[in-house]
Design a protein around this ligand. Structure first.
Ligand SMILES: Nc1ncnc2c1ncn2[C@@H]1O[C@H](COP(=O)(O)OP(=O)(O)OP(=O)(O)O)[C@@H](O)[C@H]1O
Ligand SMILES: [Mg+2]
Length: 453
């Protein structure tokens, strides 16, 4: 997993702006951290070494309060920016996902598990919240703060700076090692969840049928089994998360201890100023903190990124290029149309030929599964024939402008559905701009005027 997926920048514009904001806020935050350390050291040294009274230390104390308020403000701005960015990115990704799913059409949708796709568009995208509000800001801090802190320390004491420079890379190194070890598990976890929710949705949707045939109990058993698997996978992932953050914590603590020991020795021997020693002591843990936090947030972010990965997969599924020719009038002719669905080893329909002249009424009849819906889907342009072609007025359907073609088709699906809203809104689905008169005429033509008016 890359820390920042470049495709996220491409598909969700808000991410770019947010990254810039995060680094800028990180820089301000780093400045404040350094100021805080210096002010703290000044107050402590003033009070204990030079015995100054609180009245003499009002300026640094007030500044210290101001710096704390500043840090709180930076945290608040970061939080705000993160929530805005994640809301914008989520809605953009959802929009693109829906758009792409609609473009890919029912044939592609038929090959997907509805539950998985729904889970991806809802909960999956929501998992990006943690990525934006916790992981990315920490990543920004992890880039800016150690550099700023080191720059401050190296001007005072190169030994401490050298120790930090030597130990700091160990944290990302260990993080990467742990990451490699846990990658497979995070992926597995996400796939399990996806399968589980897909399964749930499909079972719940089919519950009436299952009940009728007395198979509901059997499904309960399988859901119980999958839930158990999911729980175990979650616990395993959590165990790794805890152990890895413990390892990183230990590493950072030992590194700070190294710095502290060398400073302590020099303070005892009088080789170092108390003020400088204190500044470095306060600053040293701050250099490790953001890196450690990135490690801790990594697991929270991984789920979001895994979901984003799946969304990108859908977004990158190529859409068949539609034609552009205007639709002529004339006969509809099927010429040796053969359709084979992906993943099937037999043709759904093979070598179907017939012609429908203007004004003619044709009924396709046949037993279930013979391919009536398939032929209609070919006519609607949702399914592309593997061989043969459909001609409309002599022009191949593949060359026609499909939106224009579909606007001339009235189609009642096998399982009709009335959407929430008024009857008029349902009638206007395909052409929202249709006026009252057109809606009335459509209802009369469909023979529905008597019972809806
Ligand atoms: N999306 C799909 N993916 C794979 N196979 C499919 C798909 N849709 C239909 N089939 C298969 O293609 C064949 C024709 O199905 P089709 O739905 O066209 O039949 P039908 O004549 O409309 O049946 P019914 O009368 O039950 O509606 C069937 O064997 C079916 O299992
Ligand atoms: Mg059918």
């Amino acid at each position: 997993m890359k820390p920042v997926d470049p495709r996220l920048l491409r598909y969700a514009r808000a991410t770019r702006f947010f990254l810039v904001a995060v680094v800028a806020l990180g820089a301000v935050g780093a400045g404040l951290v350094i100021a805080q350390a210096m002010l703290l050291a000044e107050v402590v040294v003033g009070a204990f070494q030079y015995g100054r009274s609180p009245a003499e230390l009002t300026t640094p104390l007030l500044l210290l309060v101001a710096v704390s308020v500043g840090r709180a403000l930076v945290a608040w701005f970061t939080e705000r920016a993160a929530h805005r960015a994640s809301a914008a990115v989520k809605s953009e990704l959802r929009g693109r996902l829906l758009e792409r799913a609609a473009e890919l059409g029912p044939e592609w949708l038929g090959g997907q598990r509805t539950g998985s796709l729904v889970n991806l568009a809802t909960r999956g995208v929501d998992a990006l919240d943690d990525y934006f509000s916790r992981y990315l800001p920490q990543l920004g801090l992890a880039v800016v703060v150690p550099v700023a802190v080191l720059a401050r320390i190296v001007t005072e004491d190169w030994v401490s700076a050298a120790i930090i420079v030597g130990t700091l890379p160990l944290i990302p190194l260990f993080m990467m090692l742990i990451g490699w070890a846990t990658q497979a598990r995070t992926d597995r976890q996400w796939r399990l969840l996806s399968r589980l929710s897909g399964h749930f949705l499909d079972v719940v949707a089919g519950l009436p049928t299952l009940k009728v045939f007395g198979r509901a109990k059997a499904q309960a058993e399988s859901i119980r089994r999958i839930t158990g698997e999911y729980r175990q996978a979650t616990m395993r992932t959590l165990r790794i998360a805890f152990i890895s953050s413990f390892a990183l914590e230990l590493l950072a603590t030992l590194s700070v201890a190294l710095v502290a020991v060398t400073i302590g020795m020099r303070l005892v021997h009088g080789d170092m100023d108390l003020y400088i020693g204190l500044v470095i002591l306060v600053l040293a843990p701050e250099a490790y903190l953001p890196l450690r936090q990135v490690g801790a947030q990594y697991h929270a972010a991984a789920e979001g990124l895994a979901a984003a990965e799946e969304i990108f997969e859908v977004l990158e599924t190529p859409v068949p290029v539609p034609g552009t020719a205007t639709v002529p009038s004339g006969a509809v002719a099927f010429e040796s149309v053969t359709v084979r669905y992906p993943g099937r080893c037999v043709d759904a329909v093979s070598e179907v030929s017939f012609t429908v002249e203007p004004g003619e009424t044709v009924a396709l009849v046949g037993p279930s599964g013979v391919g009536k819906s398939t032929l209609l889907n070919v006519l609607l342009g949702f399914v592309r024939p593997a061989a043969g072609r459909v001609r409309v007025g002599g022009v191949d359907l593949a060359e026609l402008d499909l939106a224009q073609w579909r606007s001339r088709i009235a189609w009642v699906p096998q399982r009709p559905h009335l959407y929430a809203g008024t009857i008029a809104e349902n009638v206007r689905l395909a052409r929202p701009s249709a006026d009252e008169e057109a809606v009335r005429r459509a209802l009369r033509d469909a023979g529905a005027w008597e019972f809806v008016a």
